[in-house]
Write a protein that binds this ligand. Structure first.
Ligand SMILES: [Zn+2]
Ligand SMILES: [Zn+2]
Length: 80
């Protein structure tokens, strides 16, 4: 019998904050790079402003602008 064991997603935004550093707590399902706003970090915005091919629309390259953690698809848990 196949058993799927769920474990906490290591890439969620909440994992990087010390407050949620409990093993029992699942991740918050939010992209850790853009913290859910979908526009990437300050460095990305800085780089984009100097990109001659930029369209002015800055997208987080970790979640493709969705703001959702791509590792767990926003569930906060991944299959072990
Ligand atoms: Zn996650
Ligand atoms: Zn993101």
């Amino acid at each position: 019998m196949l058993e799927l064991t769920k474990m906490r997603c290591p890439d969620c935004d909440s994992i990087s904050s010390s407050v949620a550093f409990f093993k029992e707590t699942p991740g918050d399902g939010v992209c850790s790079k853009c913290h859910g706003n979908g526009i990437g970090g300050l460095l990305d915005q800085f780089a984009d402003s100097f990109n001659p091919f930029g369209t002015g629309h800055i997208k987080c390259d970790n979640c493709d602008g969705s703001g959702v953690c791509p590792t767990c698809d926003g569930t906060g848990e991944v299959d072990e």
